[in-house]
Write a protein that binds this ligand. Structure first.
Ligand code: AMP
Ligand code: ZN
Length: 495
């Protein structure tokens, strides 16, 4: 069976065929860095990670691009409300860039702790203003825009395919409610490409443009950066369900209006929401849970990863501490079972870290046949079936519980499965079996801290913030930790 994915465009399961043999261009909408990521946001990034790891296991080279939104995102995705970054900076008495910098680092710390692989390219909106201006110019030249009240708008009536992704009907859109809508808009669903008339007197991040000094609308960054790093058509674009009717709908309109290419994105993948008992979790409404709040309550970030894998990405997942306890216990039993198998097999088999490598490398598949091979094939089949992680987890459990599978074979296949699940099974068991060994004698808290700093440094390097990256290396050196960069990432030792 080939990998099939549920494509929001068409609302059906479709076999995945890359545009270029052996390669996949994937764009996943990244965070708006005005606050910490909440645990719902992390659901989206775990899905992106599982998708990338699955594609790589199928031998495909994946270029994964993630944006960092540090300008232009207003409280309402449809240009209404305050600028999220400006509001957050005001509340905290910091500059917008300080806020962006702080929460970008916090985000990558969470990504590292959740064992989410780093994207191939991480790109900040504020560093791609020329690309956005160039793209808006192409859209304008095609006759899709108008200027009103000092802002440049996209005119959705000029783009007949508008709303296809979300199955919006143009007639309904024209008649759409106007309450609270920017009065410059000819149609309530038109959207801003470039603001020159800032709603906020203290808008500090502004740039010169053909339309005057100002700043970009939110949606244009994803079109501009995806075209820059992945070309004018791409294989897969992902984000949360909330992005279907506005953000992704507008991204499509902009990109296709500029390039004339249809479809711009071949597969649209959307995750359902993580919900609390009380309903939706949102950053702007406050009262949300962060990964750190789970850590402070005594959970390991990988307990939360396990919890997320237990739900299919297209179903709503209800968060409760009771369910998280269930995930924690299950992960502990998993590690205990592996320890028992390792004792039986006389040790752990050689393994390479379960992190999917960056760039275009594919993951090797072992030659193990027989019963263990059957579990591995069933595991792969589950992922081929629209990334059915709950079934994949069940196959892992089946394998580990099946006493007719030789211990060594069970362990090899379990670690192979973990290259997709990303639960760091081998590393965790090794750590528990020989505390101090293999970790340079450091304790778990210190190791976590060092690993988080290494993840932060990798993130800083991705966004070419070499001063920050060198600063982290220096800070660790002062504490006697030496970093060594190699082809498989950064390792460390006590020097
Ligand atoms: P933001 O940082 O608000 O731009 O959102 C980052 C990503 O998280 C987007 O793909 C959102 O669609 C997604 N998202 C937001 N809230 C949730 C939630 N409660 N559950 C799952 N995904 C979410
Ligand atoms: Zn986006």
């Amino acid at each position: 069976m080939a990998l099939t994915l549920f494509n929001t465009l068409g609302r059906e399961l479709q076999p995945f065929k890359p545009l270029n043999a052996g390669k996949v261009g994937f764009y996943g909408c990244g965070p708006t860095v005005y606050n910490y990521a909440h645990i719902g946001n992390l659901r989206a990034y775990v899905l992106h990670d599982v998708l990338v790891r699955t594609l790589r296991r199928r031998g495909l080279g994946v270029t994964h691009v993630m944006n960092i939104t540090d300008v232009g995102h207003l409280a309402g995705d449809n240009d209404e409300g305050d600028d999220k970054m400006v509001r957050s900076a005001e509340e905290r008495g910091k500059s917008v860039l300080e806020v962006a910098d702080f929460y970008t680092r916090a985000f990558f710390k969470d990504i590292g702790r959740m064992n989410i692989s780093m994207p191939t390219v991480v790109c900040k909106a504020t560093e791609h203003i020329p690309e956005m201006i160039a793209l808006i110019t192409r859209i304008e030249e095609g006759g899709f825009t108008y200027v009103a009240g000092g802002n440049l708008y996209f005119d959705i009536t000029k783009f007949p395919a508008y709303g296809e992704l979300a199955r919006l009907r143009l007639e309904d859109l024209k008649a759409g409610a106007r309450t609270g809508v920017d009065e410059n808009k000819r149609n309530p669903h038109d959207f801003v490409l470039w603001f020159t008339k800032s709603k906020f007197e203290n808008q500090v991040l502004v740039w010169d443009s053909p339309w005057g000094r100002g700043y970009p609308g939110w949606h244009i960054e994803c079109s501009a950066m995806s075209i820059k790093y992945l070309g004018e058509t791409i294989d897969i674009h992902a984000g949360g369900m909330d992005h279907v009717p506005i953000h992704h709908t507008n991204e499509i309109a902009q990109s296709e209006a500029a390039t004339g290419k249809h479809p711009w994105v071949h597969y649209w993948i959307h995750n359902e929401f993580l919900v609390l008992d009380k309903g939706k979790m949102s950053k702007s409404a406050g009262g949300f849970l962060t990964l750190q709040s789970l850590v402070d309550a005594g959970y390991d970030p990988l307990d939360y990863r396990y919890f997320l894998l237990g739900g299919h990405y297209r179903s709503q997942l209800q968060f409760s501490y009771q369910s998280l306890d269930g995930a924690r216990n299950a992960r502990k039993s998993l590690l205990d079972r592996i320890k028992a198998l390792a004792d039986k097999a006389g040790g752990l088999p050689d393994f390479e870290g379960s992190d999917a490598p960056g760039g275009t490398a594919s993951l090797p598949v072992s030659l193990i046949e027989g019963k263990a091979g059957d579990y591995r094939n069933a595991f792969d089949k589950a992922l081929d079936d629209d990334l059915a992680t709950p079934r994949a987890l069940a196959e892992l459990w089946g394998l580990l519980r099946d006493s007719s599978v030789p211990a060594a074979a069970a362990l090899s296949v379990a670690f192979e499965m973990d290259r997709i699940l990303g639960l760091n099974l081998a590393e965790e068991v090794e750590r528990q079996r020989a505390p101090g060994e293999g970790n340079n004698g450091a304790n778990r808290d210190l190791i976590d801290e060092i690993e988080a700093l290494i993840a932060e440094r990798a993130a800083a390097k991705k966004v070419k913030d070499f001063a920050q990256a060198d600063g982290i290396r220096h800070t660790l050196k002062e504490r006697g930790i030496i970093l060594e960069d190699g082809p498989r990432g950064t390792s460390w030792r006590q020097g």
